[in-house]
Design a protein around this ligand. Structure first.
Ligand code: CA
Length: 716
């Protein structure tokens, strides 16, 4: 068989065929042979089906008129699974119709526009390709899904969704020492939901790195949709010059387009719709000669570095990877509609002391979220000339669905045409998120709970009746389930293993209306998070009573693990008694890179008596790339708790804290440390009976007190 293929290759090679050939291949060996034989104009067609553990190397020399193509028998019919990836090295190579799913790349990229460090792609095109949750199992292990090397390459009409591990979704990579103009074009793609990473490295797009940022990439990013791209504070991170970001649609995405390094970039005609989701931002300006014009920003709730518009202060004589001063920025004819904040001279401090100069902010429509001006200057903003901005207006919806001021041409142009979902991505792909209809499974008292969970499907509810449920070993939870009892005075679960639930990859557990008696012989937890959970998880405890009276020392209620991340942990109307450890133990990430274990931790209307500590939550390091954690404790009571830990609630590096309307009695103080970012801390209207006043420490910030501590009473 292979001998015959070889003969054909020689024949074609000798005669320079006039007609393009199709090579239909069904195995990796057939594919490798076809690549060797392919000439300009030829197409290699992968047979439909699953291709497992296939590291595709696509090389060749096509021409502008006759590219060499690699595609699927039918679009979406070829699924790359397991340990698969793709390298493209050569000229005029085109790839389309492939899906990467149910696996991850064994290398540092899923798709790379190079064969090796010497052979880059030029004039290559990646079109109608899907990468869906093709995520390394350890979320801290880094890779790039699409790494664009070389010049004149295009990525278009593709679908990227659910990157859960560290590393940029799509990056243009520029060689250190001899950066080229990339002239990459990234257009009509659907960048679907990317969950918060909880660290730097969660950008959706990055162009270049700081080293070569003073040279031009000339990459164009246009008419893409960014849908809930929440990975970190930079949705798009520009680190090179003369790039264009045009006519993109950004939907409910936390973060901003950040002109982080490099000069002369153009951001125009983009539409940002935040729906008032926290930390939804717009554009952040740093460096020289940046133009931000004709953009539309609506319902963006972000402040600080995630404002609808942020113009930063620079560092005098900045090194390449810090903040160059803003000079000659042109920000004109943008619409800011119901935005929470526009920040000038952002981040002004002892180091960032160089204010924006020679810049202008003109012809914009500027409407705050609450009727007041959203503009805040954190330093000297006199270098930003403000002219002809419209600060109040009656708004009318235009045929394009956007709001414009009546009787004024201030703000964004009327001919904006927001890109539609039908224009981007691929029409033939639907993510495999559809689940079977959730069921309710009734389990009688006794030993049957573990088996019922094992038999459950994602979304199911296990309904528990009145009586006692015994659980000997930890129950693995690998999808989203609810355990719903008949009431905490009726349904009682007694567990004697090291945990009640072991929650794994992307799962979630909701416990409702039941009592839990913890009787582990050694250290344990009610809910234990398994390390290397690939996707974010969530937990909820509602009307749950946990009793640790008979537990050994070292019992926690929720024990997080390094390398895992919870979107949300929520405790409501629940009670906790005699817990030797922490109710929420969230200090598992001890490295300095800024990883932390949970984005939102909410505790409300709950009672804690004799607990080691209510919540112990840590975000270490000084990285400013992430949003959280967010912490709320309200309308709860904490009694005789925290003495051994020295704190009843300990928060370090938390960005948003609300502790309000609680009653603390005979307990250790609240202990808050501000270490990183821009912490917003409110401790208000609490009663501290026989409990010391809250401690708030600043690790490095020097200035007026940032925490709001008010309306609290002390007593005995
Ligand atoms: Ca970043």
């Amino acid at each position: 068989m292979l001998g015959r293929l070889g003969a054909v290759a020689i024949l074609i090679g000798a005669t320079a065929p006039a007609h393009a050939a199709d090579f239909r291949v069904a195995t990796q060996a057939e594919y490798a042979a076809a690549v060797k034989r392919a000439h300009p104009g030829d197409t290699i067609i992968l047979r439909n089906g699953e291709w497992r553990d296939f590291q595709i190397l696509f090389t060749g020399a096509g021409t502008a008129d006759k590219p060499i193509r690699l595609t699927a028998e039918s679009k979406g019919g070829v699924i790359l699974t397991g340990r698969s990836n793709l390298r493209i090295g050569g000229d005029y190579l085109e790839v389309s119709g492939l899906v990467f799913r149910d696996g991850w790349s064994p290398t540092d990229h899923v798709i790379a526009f190079r064969k090796d460090s010497k052979t880059y792609a030029r004039h290559a095109r990646l079109s109608e390709v899907v990468i869906d949750r093709f995520t390394k199992p350890d979320r801290r292990a880094e890779d790039i899904w699409v790494a664009i090397y070389g010049q004149d390459n295009r990525v278009d009409h593709s679908h990227f969704e659910g990157k859960g591990n560290a590393g940029v979704t799509l990056a243009v990579i520029r060689d250190k020492g001899h950066p080229e103009e990339n002239r990459a074009r990234i257009d009509h793609n659907y960048f679907g939901p990317r969950p918060p990473l909880g660290s730097n490295g969660g950008e959706t797009i990055r162009i270049g790195t700081s080293d070569e940022s003073l040279s031009d990439s000339r990459t164009i990013i246009e008419r893409n949709i960014f849908d809930r791209c929440d990975g970190e504070v930079e949705i798009v991170s520009i680190k090179s010059g003369h790039n264009v970001l045009r006519e993109n649609l950004v939907l409910q995405s936390q973060g901003a387009f950040v002109l982080r390094h490099g000069n002369g970039n153009l951001v125009e005609r983009n539409v940002f719709l935040g729906a008032n989701k926290p930390d939804t931002g717009g554009v952040r300006v740093i460096n020289r000669d940046q133009i931000v014009r004709f953009n539309y920003f609506q319902d963006l709730a972000g402040k600080d570095f995630k404002s609808a518009l942020t113009v930063m202060n620079g560092v005098p004589n900045s090194v390449i990877n810090r903040y160059h001063q803003v000079a000659n920025a042109t920000i004109e004819h943008n619409s800011f509609v119901h935005v929470a904040r526009i920040t000038f001279a952002a981040g002004a401090d002892a180091e960032r002391s160089a204010p924006p100069i020679d810049s202008r902010f003109a012809g914009n429509l500027v409407l705050g979220a609450d009727g007041a001006s959203p503009i805040v200057a954190e330093g000297d903003a006199s270098g930003i000339a403000q002219r002809d901005n419209l600060l109040s207006a009656r708004l009318v919806e235009a045929p394009n669905g956007l709001l414009y001021p009546e009787g004024s041409d201030a703000g964004a142009p009327r001919d904006l045409t927001p890109v539609t979902r039908a224009e981007v991505g691929v029409g033939w792909y639907r993510p495999a998120t559809a689940e079977a209809a959730p069921r309710s499974i009734a389990v009688p008292p006794g030993p049957g709970l573990a088996e019922a969970v094992a038999q459950s499907r994602a979304g199911d509810t296990i309904a528990l009746g009145e009586g006692r449920y015994d659980v000997a070993g930890a129950i693995p939870v690998s999808h989203r389930i609810a355990l719903r009892g008949a009431g905490r005075d009726k349904t009682r679960i007694v567990f004697t293993g090291p945990a009640l639930l072991d929650v794994t990859a992307g799962a979630g557990a909701s416990l409702e209306a039941l009592a839990i008696e913890a009787r582990p012989a050694g250290a344990g937890a009610v809910v234990r998070i398994e390390p290397s959970a690939r996707a974010n998880y969530s937990l909820a405890l509602t009307e749950v009573a946990v009793d640790g009276t008979h537990a050994a020392a070292g019992l926690d209620v929720i024990a997080t693990a390094p390398g895992t991340f919870a979107d949300r942990i929520e405790i409501r109307r629940s009670s906790f008694a005699a817990i030797p450890g922490a109710v929420v133990a969230a200090t598992a990430e001890q490295g300095s890179k800024g990883w932390y274990p949970v984005e939102n931790l909410v505790i409300a209307d709950s009672d804690f008596a004799q607990v080691g500590i209510v919540a112990d939550l840590l975000r270490r390091g000084t990285d400013e790339s992430t949003f959280g954690p967010y912490f709320t404790l309200e309308n709860s009571s904490v009694a005789t708790s925290g003495k051994q830990a020295g704190a009843s609630v300990r928060l370090s590096g938390v960005q948003w804290t609300v502790i309000a309307g609680n009653r603390f009695a005979a307990s250790a103080p609240i202990d808050v440390t501000h270490s990183v970012g821009t912490p917003h801390t409110r401790i208000t209207d609490n009663l501290f009976a026989d409990t010391p006043a809250p401690l708030v420490r600043e690790l490095s910030y020097k200035g007026p007190a940032r925490a709001i501590v008010s309306g609290n009473r002390s007593g005995s």
